[in-house]
Ligand binder design. Structure first.
Ligand code: FES
Ligand SMILES: [Fe+2]
Length: 386
């Protein structure tokens, strides 16, 4: 006989953005409430360091890349003194987006709509038919809107908050740990964008815990020595070590990868048999493999969808064996991503359940608790005192 299910209890009215004690997951409405999207945009994405790309895409004066801080378009350009500059990617005339993709400006940034032209220092220098504006045109008040920009181990980050602390100050020993991977010398060999059918915070939380590996990633479980999967939580970032097993996998591709992988220049023997991951709050993920480095920007696209931009980097001199290993890595991790997308999709759907309240978090989910605390602190500024 089927057990009789208790009728669902009437759900309490969803709390306004509300907090719980540290160490607990976010309440369900954090992942489903459309009203939070704007708050997240203002309080998280416009105040934190956002990955914009790799410094090699900005080799000389006039080289530029474009990116987004959440939903805000930003451009980064190298000026004539070889410094990086960042601006809101919008023309001060009538809001045309100034640049798209990446490339090279010839001497100045020129708007494609009416041709207003800006120096790399942001000042407006050219307005076609300027006399037609009469006295209404004061070029000195129409410079590009600046943003902060910083390079960290070859990766370029932007921040729309003029008062934000420098990224290098926030991430402590992360540059020292990234340094052996020589990211500044690596080159992009793959990249793209994708969508995941879940709130961006679920995608982050899934990235920052390994507790689901034994159940949901059979391939990873065969490859990684789960016992030694280690999470090191800092204030602004998290570091993961996932050593590869000594025992050869029963799967041919996994076995071959583990046999053939060699450390990139800069890495030692101790780095050859470990996959590492770094996550910088709120939405930058860096996968550090012995053979390549991948980066991920995770951005909200509505409450139940995440837009991701990813790139894969490798040494310019990767030989045929290493290229084969990189191809295997891509195959293996594409499967892991597929499994992860299915997991977060299921959680997003489960969160619709009336009366559901989050369960406890394991020590293996320490970074989920950390992320929840960070999000609460940003979205509910007085949360820490409750
Ligand atoms: S919108 Fe840029 S010149 Fe008019
Ligand atoms: Fe996963």
């Amino acid at each position: 006989m089927q057990p009789v299910e208790a009728p669902p209890t009437t759900p309490a009215a969803p709390p306004a953005v509300e907090d719980r004690a540290a160490g607990t997951a976010l309440l369900p409405h954090f992942y489903t409430d459309p009203a939070l999207l704007e708050a997240e945009q203002e309080r998280i994405f416009e105040r934190t360091w956002q990955l914009a790309g790799h410094a090699s895409a900005l080799p000389s004066p006039g080289s530029y890349i474009t990116t987004r801080a959440g939903n805000q378009p930003v451009l980064v350009v190298r000026d004539k003194q070889h410094r990086l500059r960042a601006y809101r990617n919008v023309c001060r005339h009538r809001a045309s987006r100034l640049l798209s993709g990446s490339g090279q400006c010839k001497g100045a940034i020129r708007c494609r709509y009416h041709g207003w032209t800006y120096r790399f220092d942001g000042s407006l220098i050219g307005v076609p038919e300027g006399l037609m504006f009469g006295e209404r045109l004061d070029k000195s008040t129409l410079s590009l809107m600046p943003a902060r920009v910083e390079e960290l181990c070859g990766l370029v980050f932007v921040n729309l908050d003029e008062d934000a602390p420098a990224l290098a100050e926030l991430v402590g020993d992360l540059p020292r740990r990234l340094e052996p991977y020589r990211i500044p010398s690596l080159r992009t060999f793959r990249g793209g964008s994708g969508a995941q059918p879940a709130n961006w915070k679920l995608v982050v939380e899934n990235y920052v815990e390994g507790y689901h590996i034994p159940i949901a990633h059979p391939g990873l479980m065969r490859m990684l020595d789960y016992k030694y999967y280690d999470v090191d939580v800092h204030e602004h970032h998290v570091w993961f070590d996932a050593p590869l097993r000594e025992k050869p996998s029963s799967n041919r591709l996994e076995r071959l990868y583990a046999q053939l992988v060699e450390p990139m220049p800069g890495l030692g023997k101790e780095d050859q048999r470990v996959w590492r991951y770094a996550f910088i709050y709120p939405n930058t993920a860096i996968d550090l493999y012995p053979d390549q480095v991948n980066t991920w920007q995770l951005m909200p696209d509505g409450t139940a969808r995440t837009y991701d931009i990813w790139a894969a980097y490798r040494p310019p001199t990767s030989g045929i064996r290493t290229r084969a290993v990189q191809w295997m890595n891509q195959r293996l991790n594409t499967l892991v991503l597929k499994e992860d997308i299915d997991l977060v999709d299921n959680v997003q759907q489960g969160l619709q359940t009336r009366g559901y309240a989050c369960g406890p978090l394991s020590r293996r989910e320490a970074a989920v608790a950390w992320f929840a605390d960070r999000v609460r602190a940003d979205l509910v500024p007085d949360a820490r005192s409750r």
